[in-house]
Write a protein that binds this ligand. Structure first.
Ligand code: ADP
Length: 209
């Protein structure tokens, strides 16, 4: 494939990925290649191995076999570099209920050498007015916006969003989608895990597992 012209370079490549949990084969020979600045979807029904795939890409799990490269780095061997490059959306249960929105974003910002300005980020995601609110008091849509803020505050080159719109009403899903497109337009490569086939239509490219 030519990298000149309009084809952008692959920044994530996964080759022949296999992951087992005991006797269960969670991922059986998955290969994919993601280009810089695209929204790439990983789609499939519950239990298909989507989360396991992105956990291997972000270095949270070791594959049994296969190879993964993220911006030229190995998720397991180059953990420090991967942490700077990849922003992972937390599952909802991962935040303490009484933590305030502003505190959460500033805490996450402190992990990175060159973070985005927390106030501007909250403003651009439409939750600046919730800065002093506890996490547990947020609506579903506001929690999603906060999780996007936490995934983005370190200026990742790759953002991994897992089932981001699950549990949201259609209006909140639309808003979340415009935020994802906004991220892409800022040059962030996005991996979106979803089991919604209609969302798949909005993706730049996808891999069905
Ligand atoms: P998806 O994200 O597509 O729903 P997962 O990657 O979460 O799929 O899970 C794939 C399969 O692996 C499922 O059958 C699930 O039950 C199993 N699985 C996931 N995590 C573990 C684990 N930590 N231990 C054992 N089995 C697991």
């Amino acid at each position: 494939m030519s990298e000149s012209g309009h084809m952008r370079a692959a920044v994530v490549t996964v080759q022949h990925l296999v992951k087992r949990y005991g006797n269960l084969v969670a991922i059986n020979d998955v290969s994919l290649s993601i280009r810089e600045g695209e929204i790439f979807g990983i789609i499939g029904p519950n239990g298909a191995g989507k989360t396991t795939t992105v956990e291997c890409i972000s270095g949270l799990r070791s594959p049994d076999s296969g190879s993964i490269s993220v911006y030229g780095f190995s998720p397991r061997k180059d953990r420090d570099r991967i942490r700077e490059i990849v922003g992972v959306q937390l599952q909802e249960s991962a935040l303490p209920p009484r933590l305030k929105v502003g505190e959460a974003v500033r805490l996450f910002a402190s992990f990175y050498p060159n973070p985005l300005d927390p106030n501007e980020l909250l403003e651009s995601l439409g939750i600046r007015q919730m800065e002093h609110s506890a996490f547990k008091s947020l609506s579903g849509g506001q929690k999603q916006r906060l999780s996007i803020a936490l995934a983005l505050v370190g200026r990742p080159r790759l953002a991994i969003l897992d089932e981001l719109t699950t549990g949201l009403d259609p209006e909140a899903r639309r808003e979340t989608w415009s935020l994802i497109e906004h991220m892409r337009d800022r040059g962030v490569t996005v991996i979106l895990v979803t089991h919604f086939m209609d969302e798949a239509e909005r993706l730049d490219r996808k891999s069905v597992v």
